[in-house]
Ligand binder design. Structure first.
Ligand SMILES: Cc1ncc(COP(=O)(O)O)c(C=O)c1O
Length: 471
């Protein structure tokens, strides 16, 4: 196994380094199969490593890899089955392997890269087909933030043609969303010059979904005042509670008023493959975002943005630069997205669909939906936990620990902090209508019902201790 003479050689052969790395990866996967009883504290070796200055001379590659694995093992890893905070990701094994392969070839999908470019288009179609969206084209992105920004840029150019060149100086644009929209939309309107003061937060109904009647009123008032509605952003699974805005009814408002409807399904849209009725009207949305690195389980970063209208992304993003070949516009992702250097993110989603098949994904998503429901029913049946009035629409189940005699908000905040330092389960708190809740989210294929019960047991044990200690 003679490697060529060249700079940047390791002290072991590439094959040995890869074999060693493969062992470390397999160990990590084994450790994710089951919960671990607690999160380890940073040990002396890691403390020493993170203080280290830029090394001038090499260390043996096996040692460097062992150190990297040790740092990772002492970090908060979302693939662990009892990670319930935020919206985690699971690091699906075939996705990790896909990343390794993709990074090995290090293809740039800015301009046509032949087979990889076509596979990216195919993977967009597969994701679209999986959720039942009639996509005419789209692209992989680094996630919901960039997908939402991309779609709103398209909507802005459509509502105000030429504004990408002229700017927005003489216009009065507005974007509409639910009060519980993800803040990536707020950031997008800020970056696109629309301004977050012109983001209209439409009040919610009893299920925490955007109210179509109030949306219609707000748009009509804006139109009468000379404002240009750029887009309505429906959320297909809010980050706070998993509420799905009524997409069909929102499409009824947008259609006659000719307003672009974007569905931010970064978190929830995969559930359309299992509960299509919740996403009724999705096929009428002008564009949508979906994160494969959330509920399609593959590792970050893997988002998708797509539209049912052909050619719209190029209308907002294409440039004629001398150094870009333009004979095959439709194959140049740089003409339809924000980024130039683009890794082959699509490969891990493509491989995951091939290696598992769509059915396995539907089953895993259905299991997560069941876990959310299971927690809801269990917590509801107890004396000391409170749940929200309506059962979860998707896989987020907010609960509050409410034993007699505690002050609910400080108690639940202290409990969320105690759970995080305890380390047996990982949970975050959330503010819902000004109240502090524990907010577990189930998007991991490794999680079991035992893990869900452990969540309640740990919360109860720590909560009782805090209540006894008067916190
Ligand atoms: C509804 C929604 N939209 C957008 C985002 C942002 O996605 P990303 O973190 O992939 O940029 C999130 C992240 O949680 C989300 O829940």
């Amino acid at each position: 196994m003679n490697e060529p003479e060249r700079p940047l050689r390791l002290d072991a052969t590439r094959e040995e380094a890869l074999e060693h790395a493969a062992k470390l990866v397999a160990e990590a996967w084994r450790s994710f199969d089951r919960f671990r009883p607690e999160e380890p504290a940073l040990d002396d070796r890691v403390r020493e490593l993170i203080r280290g200055a830029l090394p001038e001379e090499p260390v043996p590659v096996h040692e460097a890899l062992d150190d990297a694995a040790r740092i990772l093992d002492e970090s908060i890893a979302q693939p662990r089955p009892r990670y319930f905070a935020f919206i985690g990701s699971s690091g699906l094994e075939i996705g990790t392997i896909g990343d390794l392969l993709a990074q090995t070839y290090d293809i740039n999908l800015a301009v046509d890269a032949r087979a990889a470019t076509v596979v990216e288009h195919q993977a967009v179609r597969w994701v679209a087909e999986f959720v039942g969206y009639p996509s005419a084209g789209g692209a992989f992105t680094s996630g919901g933030t960039i997908s939402n920004l991309t779609a709103i840029a398209v909507a802005r150019e459509r509502a105000l043609p030429g504004s990408r060149h002229r700017g927005l100086a003489a216009s009065h644009p507005a974007v509409y969303c639910s009060e519980e929209v993800h803040y990536s939309v707020t950031r997008a309107v800020e970056l696109l010059g629309i301004g977050s003061d012109n983001l209209r937060a439409i009040p919610l109904d009893g299920l925490r979904r955007m109210r179509p009647d109030l949306l219609a009123e707000t748009i009509d008032a804006d139109l009468a005042a000379g404002v240009t509605p750029v887009a309505v952003i429906a959320t297909g699974g809010t980050t706070l509670t998993g509420a799905v805005d009524p997409i069909g009814e929102l499409a009824d408002v947008c259609g006659p008023r000719d307003v672009w409807l974007h569905v931010d399904g970064a978190y929830g849209l995969p559930a359309a493959a299992v509960r299509p009725e919740l996403f009724d009207g999705l096929e009428r949305a002008d564009s949508c975002s979906i994160d494969a690195h959330k509920w399609l389980y593959v590792p970050k970063a893997c988002g998708v943005v797509m539209s049912r209208h052909a050619g719209v992304f190029a209308g907002a993003f294409a440039h004629e630069e001398g150094y870009l070949p333009h004979q095959q516009h439709e194959l140049h992702a740089a003409d339809i997205t924000l980024e130039y250097s683009r890794p082959f993110r699509a490969l891990k989603a493509w491989l995951a669909f091939r290696a598992h098949g769509a059915k396995q994904f539907r089953d895993a998503i259905a299991k997560n939906l069941d876990e959310a429901e299971f927690l809801y029913r269990h917590a509801q049946a107890t004396e000391d936990f409170e749940v929200m009035e309506a059962p979860p629409q998707l896989s987020i189940t907010p609960i509050r620990h409410m034993p007699d005699g505690v002050v609910p908000n400080p108690h639940n905040q202290a409990l969320a902090d105690a759970i995080q330092s305890d380390g047996r389960v990982y949970l975050a708190s959330a503010l819902i209508d000004g109240d502090v809740w524990l907010r577990p989210c189930f998007v991991n294929f490794r999680t079991t019902e035992d893990d869900v019960l452990a969540l309640m047991d740990v919360a109860r044990a720590l909560g009782e201790r805090l209540a006894r200690d008067g916190a």
